[in-house]
Design a binder for this molecule. Sequence first.
Ligand SMILES: NC(=O)c1ccc[n+]([C@@H]2O[C@H](COP(=O)([O-])OP(=O)(O)OC[C@H]3O[C@@H](n4cnc5c(N)ncnc54)[C@H](O)[C@@H]3O)[C@@H](O)[C@H]2O)c1
Length: 244
Amino acid sequence: MNHQPPRTIAESRCLVVGAASGIGHATAGLLRASGAAVVGADLPSATWPAEPGSLAMDVTDQHSVAAGVVAATEDMGGLDAVVNCAGILGPVASAAATSVDDFERIVRINLTGAFIVSQAVLPAMAAAGYGRLLHISSTAGKEGVVNMPAYSASKAGILGLVKSLAKEFATFGVTVNALAPGNVVTPLFAEVPAAQQKEQAARIPMGRFGTPAEAAALIEFIISPAASYTTGFVFDLSGGRATY
Ligand SMILES: NC(=O)c1ccc[n+]([C@@H]2O[C@H](COP(=O)([O-])OP(=O)(O)OC[C@H]3O[C@@H](n4cnc5c(N)ncnc54)[C@H](O)[C@@H]3O)[C@@H](O)[C@H]2O)c1
């Protein structure tokens, strides 16, 4: 097993969670094209796991995540970087129309899932003296989006989570950051009602939505060895929509 920290993304061994679709799928593809070793993980389905080296994982299940992390680590001979793109939008509904069950389900996947993934990977990264962990927040977590109370709350929770974890692991060569996309054209974004998409589009200075490839390019940088002095940070990917 190679115990030297990677010097480039091509030398990095990466686990991408939520790799079957959207941003995670584009990220896994870009990392592979850049020469990195990549294991993709996602919920089991009729079409997943499909690619060689991919595996089934449910971020809400500690045992599933732990087993997946062990398998990915064995497969690649180590684990240098983890990108957690697993998430759901959930029903777009007023607070009154959002059941507590729905609220808890959305928070369980988007926020508790991020904690479970963090717990499963950070100790070994700290022991190795190197690691990159990235979770996906959202402008919804910074601004709050109408009719998405659970989604917004779960994404705001990601901000506190990464800032806390970043401090805990700051002296171990491990960075923990968040990416806050605005609108990226994926199956999840397609669930946003058309009128709300239009209203959001009008607030994007660049005048267009982002692409999964644009998200993947920024993610690749954030988890690269070169991004060594930024931790506990929320990277923007909103075409100028977010103002902080
Ligand atoms: N697309 C956007 O505009 C946008 C904006 C802000 C934030 N985000 C966030 O980016 C991340 C990726 O979203 P996307 O737009 O690519 O959506 P997507 O629906 O295309 O992909 C999300 C993936 O997460 C997987 N997933 C869901 N629950 C899971 C679980 N319990 N365990 C493992 N995997 C699970 C899904 O199967 C899917 O493959 C999400 O966290 C999302 O909230 C997206």
